[in-house]
Design a binder for this molecule. Sequence first.
Ligand code: SF4
Length: 352
Amino acid sequence: MKHSNYKEFDNHPAAFQESAGNSSDSPENRAVRCTLCPHGCVLGDGKSGICRTRVNLEGVLYTTAFGNPCSISIDPIEKKPLFHFFPGTEILSLATAGCNLRCLNCQNWSISQISPLETDNYRLQPDAVVEEALKRSVPAIAFTYTEPTVFYEYMLEIAQSAKKRGVKTAMVSNGYINEKPLKELCRFLDAANIDLKCFDDKIYRTLTGGSLDPVLNSLKILKESGVWLEITNLLIPGVTDSPEMVEKMCRWLARKGFIDTPIHFSRFFPTYKLSAVQPTPESTLREAAQIASTAGLKYVYVGNNPSLNGESTVCPGCGKVVVHRSGYRVVENNISNGSCSFCGEPVAGVWG
Ligand code: SF4
């Protein structure tokens, strides 16, 4: 039977689509262009896009990633990482299968590089996700693990429902999304951590299959929309760790008004298609943090490397530790009414 493997799914109409076929084509032969992310896939009948979650069924684009997360758990919010957004709280985290990038270093490739038709899924409608957070007294929901752009409609409806019920939402994303859908999402989203993978378009294309400019544009949109934003930059030896590139990135961030945006330099460990690459040396992490501070970025963190003690928040005024972290745990919080309790300097963030 035609389209039989989509039959068991409650295919949900996809937002951001346009006809890409000839108007004389019959509906079932009509190609559809997905305009959700910069790939702009043109899909023939029965075909899915690069992300494997959007499919053209007889001239209409559907998402197969709605109400069917394959992964749900409750994490410390620091694990996202979000350090300036309700520190020390928990966050209900979920993902469906699929991703619009093909990162050689993907940590979650077993669910990101397949479609929701191939994973064991929960059945959870948007309101039920919010209900779950409330039932467990978790103040926020994160769209994470894979790439939430590819379950956009699901994420948007959860964020809308959460907003009505006083639950916060956060997106942990590669930022590879078009402007229009992102702006619509920003009306309901509270926080985001964007993975800025490097600052070189050629490396972006080889490493991820995406490109740099759309990600930079997403950073600007999130900031302008008032969504609390943090940035992660993974330092992969020999790929994304050149000090010159890190400096270029940090200078760009400072120039474009991101000095209050926390940046998390993350240590790479061998994984997936980069399993032969060695872990990031501590000296590289230290140097990147130094470059970022010199460029004027106020909140610089080093993650995935406990021995460097790079995960506590330091007051930009007096230099004292205002949020002391150990791993994903907040040991001490000296922020009061959004300011340092020692010197009164405002510390950017959403402190709860
Ligand atoms: S969201 Fe998926 S189908 Fe749409 S353009 Fe991006 S990769 Fe292609």
